[in-house]
Design a protein around this ligand. Structure first.
Ligand code: SAM
Length: 468
C-alpha cells in the first residue's frame, strides 16, 4: 500500500516520537477482525475454546480471521455485528457515563455499528434515534437496526440541520462524524486513495457545522459524544476546542485502564481518547465526551403528528408480541407498527419533524382481513415465540430461504416461524406442498457459492430469544 508523503509528513508533525511505529502498523500489519455479540438475543460464542474478549467491551470478541459472514444465519439475523474493536469503545463510554434511561440521538449513524453498540450499552428504558442523511446508507442502517431487534429504536433520514427543530430534546447526542478516514487506511484502499490535505480541511469544516447543529438538539447538562476514525488534530482536538470556545462545553473524563493503551489527546488538556493500531488492537479512532452547561431546558414546541389510517387491525395481531400490553399499535399506510406506550409522544414528534424510516416493531402488512407478519417481527426481541407454529430448518434450507427460494417446510398450513439452531430466521406462508418465502427481497443473499460447512461463530443457545 502506497501512502502519500504528505500524509507521512502530517503524521511526523502530529506524533514526532511515534509516527514510525504508527506508519508501520498502518502499512505492514493486518487489521484485527472482531464482532460484538447481541446479548439481548442470548447470543454466545459457538466455539468451545472461547474467543479473546475486547478489553473495553464485554460483548466484543476478536476472531482469528474473517469468516464468510454473509453465509452465517447468526450474522444475518443479528446475533452479532461485525465491528472494529476500537469503535466498541462507545459501549464503554456509555456504560461509564450514563446511569439512567435517556433519549439518545445518533446523528451520523449508518451503517449502524455504534447505534447497535449504544442500544446494547444504554440503561433499560432508553430510547435511540438513529439518523443517516444519505438515503442508500439509511436503508442499510434500517436493515442493521431491524436485525438487532430492539423495540425502542427509531431510524430517520435527515440532514443534521433538521435536528435544530428538536431543541433540547436529547440527553445524549453522538456525532460519529464523516471524516478523512485516516484510521481506515489499513482496511480500505479507498481511504488511502481519497486522502489529501484539502479533504482534511473540508471534513473539519463539515464537522464543525454538524456539531453546531447537534448542540441545539442537546439538553442543558447533556452529553455530546464526538468521534472520528481519523488521526489529524484538525478534525479531532480542534473540533472539540471549537465546542469549548463557542458553546462553553467542558470535556468529561472517561475511566480507562492503563493496559488498554489508549492515547490521550494531542496538543490539548481536554479529555480526549485516541485508539491507534501501533498501541491498541483495532483501527484508528478518536473520541471525546463534552458536557453542555446546565440551564433551563426549552423543549420543542412542535405539532405532534397523529398516525393516519385505519384504527382497526386484524384481531389477535397484538398477541404476536411478548408483553403485548406494553405497546400501542398504529397504522402507517397498510403497515402495523407497535410502539412502546412511553414512546408514543416521541414517535408523534419525530413524524412531525423528520423523515421516519423505522419505529418500534413493524408487526406486519394488512392484506384484506389478514395481516402478513413482517420479517422485522421475526427478528425482534419482543416477538412472542408462542404466537406462531415453528419449524426448525437445516443449514441448506436456511440458505435457500435467505436466497429467496421456495422452501418446503414440515409444519401446519399458514404462517410459520422458521428457526435455525433454535433462533428465528424469518416467516414463510406454508401452503402445504410448498411455502411462500417472506424473506425481504432487498436482503436476499445473491451469491450462489454457499460454503459446504456452516460458519460457527455464534449461536443463540437453546432459547428462541432471551435476555443475556
Ligand atoms: N456511526 C457509524 C457506525 O458506527 O456504523 C459510522 C458513521 S460514518 C463515520 C459517518 C456518516 O455520516 C456516514 O454514514 C455519512 O453518510 C454521514 N454523513 C455524510 N455527510 C453528512 C452530513 N453532511 N451530515 C451528517 N452526516 C453525514
Amino acid at each position: 500500500m502506497e501512502i502519500s508523503q504528505q500524509f507521512i509528513a502530517q503524521l511526523q508533525a502530529l506524533l514526532p516520537h511515534e509516527w514510525e511505529a504508527l506508519a508501520a502498523a498502518i502499512t505492514t500489519t493486518p487489521p484485527a477482525v472482531s464482532i460484538r455479540l447481541n446479548t439481548a438475543k442470548g447470543a454466545h460464542e459457538a466455539r468451545t475454546t472461547g474467543l479473546e474478549p475486547v478489553p473495553w467491551c464485554p460483548a466484543g470478541r476478536y476472531l482469528a480471521g474473517r469468516e464468510p459472514f454473509t453465509f452465517d444465519t447468526a450474522f444475518q439475523t443479528g446475533l452479532y455485528y461485525v465491528q472494529d474493536a476500537s469503535s466498541m469503545f462507545i459501549a464503554h463510554v456509555i456504560g461509564s457515563l450514563v446511569d439512567g434511561p435517556v433519549r439518545y440521538l445518533d446523528l451520523c449513524a449508518a451503517p449502524g455499528g455504534k447505534t447497535t453498540a449504544a442500544i446494547q450499552a444504554l440503561p433499560p428504558g432508553s430510547t435511540v434515534v438513529a439518523n443517516e442523511v444519505m438515503p442508500q446508507r439509511a436503508r442499510v442502517l434500517c436493515e442493521n437496526v431491524t436485525k438487532w431487534g430492539s423495540p425502542r429504536c427509531f431510524v430517520t433520514s435527515n440532514p443534521a440541520s433538521d435536528f435544530k427543530q428538536l431543541r433540547h430534546y436529547f440527553d445524549v447526542v453522538a456525532v460519529d462524524a464523516p471524516c478523512s478516514g485516516e484510521g481506515m487506511m489499513r482496511k480500505e484502499a479507498e481511504a488511502v486513495a481519497q486522502w489529501s490535505p484539502a479533504l482534511v480541511r473540508q471534513c473539519a469544516a463539515l464537522q464543525r457545522s454538524i456539531v453546531d447543529d447537534a448542540w441545539h438538539a442537546l439538553k442543558p447538562g447533556g452529553l455530546l459524544i464526538y468521534s472520528t476514525c481519523t488521526y489529524n488534530s484538525e478534525e479531532n482536538e480542534q473540533v472539540v476546542q471549537h465546542l469549548i470556545d463557542t458553546c462553553q462545553a467542558t470535556t468529561v473524563e472517561v475511566p480507562v485502564e492503563a493496559g488498554w493503551k489508549v492515547h490521550p489527546g494531542i496538543g490539548t488538556s481536554a479529555h480526549c481518547y485516541r485508539f491507534m493500531p501501533h498501541l491498541t488492537r483495532g483501527e484508528g479512532l478518536f473520541m471525546a465526551v463534552l458536557r453542555k452547561p446546565e440551564g433551563k431546558a426549552r423543549p420543542p414546541k412542535m405539532k405532534a403528528v397523529k398516525a393516519r389510517g385505519r384504527a382497526a387491525w386484524p384481531r389477535g395481531t397484538e398477541h404476536w408480541l411478548d408483553c403485548a400490553g406494553d405497546y400501542s399499535l398504529a397504522m402507517r399506510g397498510d403497515t402495523i407498527v407497535a410502539i412502546p406506550h412511553d414512546l408514543e409522544s416521541c414517535a408523534a414528534l419525530l413524524h412531525g419533524a423528520l423523515h421516519v424510516l423505522h419505529e418500534g416493531i413493524t408487526l406486519g402488512t394488512v392484506k384484506g382481513k389478514n395481516c402478513v407478519p413482517s420479517h422485522a417481527l421475526a427478528l425482534s426481541t419482543a416477538l412472542n415465540p408462542e404466537a406462531f407454529a415453528r419449524c426448525e430448518v437445516d443449514y441448506a434450507t436456511a440458505m435457500a430461504y435467505m436466497r429467496g427460494e421456495t422452501v418446503v417446510v414440515d409444519a401446519p398450513r399458514g404462517y410459520v416461524l422458521l428457526t435455525h439452531h433454535g433462533s428465528p430466521i424469518g416467516f414463510a406462508n406454508n401452503l402445504g406442498s410448498r411455502a411462500n418465502n417472506l424473506y425481504p427481497k432487498p436482503w436476499r443473499i445473491l451469491s450462489t457459492h454457499i460454503p459446504a460447512q456452516e460458519p460457527a461463530v455464534v449461536t443463540a443457545g437453546s432459547c428462541v430469544h432471551g435476555e443475556g
